[in-house]
Design a protein around this ligand. Structure first.
Ligand SMILES: [Mg+2]
Length: 350
């Protein structure tokens, strides 16, 4: 990641909720190490153990009710609430006999364009990786920046020159720039800013707002979007031409829907995704993005292409350069591959 941070592997949490009539819902959440967000996998396990008892007995056909029970049982720790919340939404959609995108208010099983990060320490390495991504059908690239502002700008300019103006490029600093480094970076890009979207250049909304003195191009907030209040503040400061809503960061589908719907009302482009996961996670935000109005649906990721594990049976949500939910199966349309799992870390029942 930006800023010399390295993650080589990660634990994920998978939750299965079972209703009285035997209907099952499943949800996945991963914390992608401890250097990305204020999250820790061990804390997530501990939190899920507490929250599992809190939602026991709630009517799962109302995911919002289940989320209120979790909020009453524990302040904060959204990353512990997220896998349970997602599993309850899956169950609610299965109980209703509809795909999740329909329960979330979508018009259809609509596709969301995929982006793929471009790594590489030097301009030549980044260009080689960009070509590899284009050969894999991706048409939206995310170049990681946030280290040396001069080299970062050289890499972005090299990728832009190599792929042409048709390819969408996001430069994502993952909060890695100081304000002065961010100013240097955008100055090095030159007039027109290489036509990029600048994603989360600095760690705070205040510094991102100060950067507006130097950058008039599109700016997208990711790490700062932790809540609806954060979204409204980002909008007030003029730094949210787009936002990324990560399910694990905000506490699952229930709060993500609220943040997404307000962003849509404000005319802000929205990406719904997460920090990590497998096909189960991909499919969850395939459904979420399909229920976002197309004019403000930005793009998303396909973690199934990043990882070596397949732990669900059912259709892949990857469709070439797009992520698309299945059209008709109830809920997320996936079942857990039981052989991929050991004993549950917690198992509570009435
Ligand atoms: Mg980002």
């Amino acid at each position: 990641m930006s800023g010399d941070r390295v993650t080589t592997g990660m634990d994920g949490v998978v939750v299965r909720v079972v209703a009285d009539d035997g209907t099952v819902g499943i949800g996945e959440s991963g914390t992608v190490g401890v250097t990305f967000d204020v999250q820790h996998a061990s804390s997530q396990l501990a939190g899920v153990k507490v929250l599992a008892s809190a939602v026991l007995g709630v009517d799962p056909r109302s995911p919002q009710s289940a989320h209120r029970c979790m909020t009453a049982a524990m302040t904060g720790h959204p990353y512990a609430k997220s896998p349970i919340d997602i599993a309850v939404w899956d169950l609610a959609a299965r109980a209703a006999g509809v795909p999740l995108w329909k329960l979330l208010g979508g018009d259809g099983a609509e596709a969301t364009p995929l982006y793929r990060p471009v790594q590489g320490a030097t301009p030549a390495e980044a260009v080689a990786k960009a070509h590899e991504r284009l050969n894999q059908d991706y048409r939206r690239l995310q170049v990681k920046v946030g280290d040396d502002p001069i080299v970062d700008a050289q890499r972005v300019l090299a990728v832009r020159a190599a792929v042409g103006d048709e390819i969408v490029i996001f430069a994502d600093a993952n909060c890695g720039f100081s304000l002065s480094s961010a100013r240097r970076f955008v100055r090095e890009l030159g007039a027109g800013g290489a036509g990029i979207f600048l994603e989360q250049p600095c760690a705070t909304l205040t510094d991102c707002a100060h950067l507006r003195d130097s950058w008039s191009g599109p700016m997208v907030m990711d790490e700062c979007i932790t809540s609806l209040a954060a979204l409204l503040e980002a909008h007030r400061l003029g730094v949210a031409d787009g936002v990324t809503v990560k399910l694990t960061r905000v506490g699952g589908i229930t709060p993500a829907v609220t943040i997404r719907d307000v962003a849509v009302q404000l005319g802000i482009g929205v990406t719904v995704e997460d920090a990590s996961g497998c096909n189960l996670a991909d499919t969850t935000f395939a459904h979420m993005n399909a229920s976002t109005p197309a004019r403000l649906r930005t793009h998303t990721v396909d973690f199934d292409s990043w990882v070596t594990i397949t732990h669900v049976d059912g259709p892949s949500s990857r469709d070439g350069a797009f992520l698309r939910p299945q059209a008709d199966l109830p809920g997320l349309g996936l079942t857990l591959r039981e052989d991929m799992f050991g004993d549950p870390f917690v198992d509570v029942s009435a």
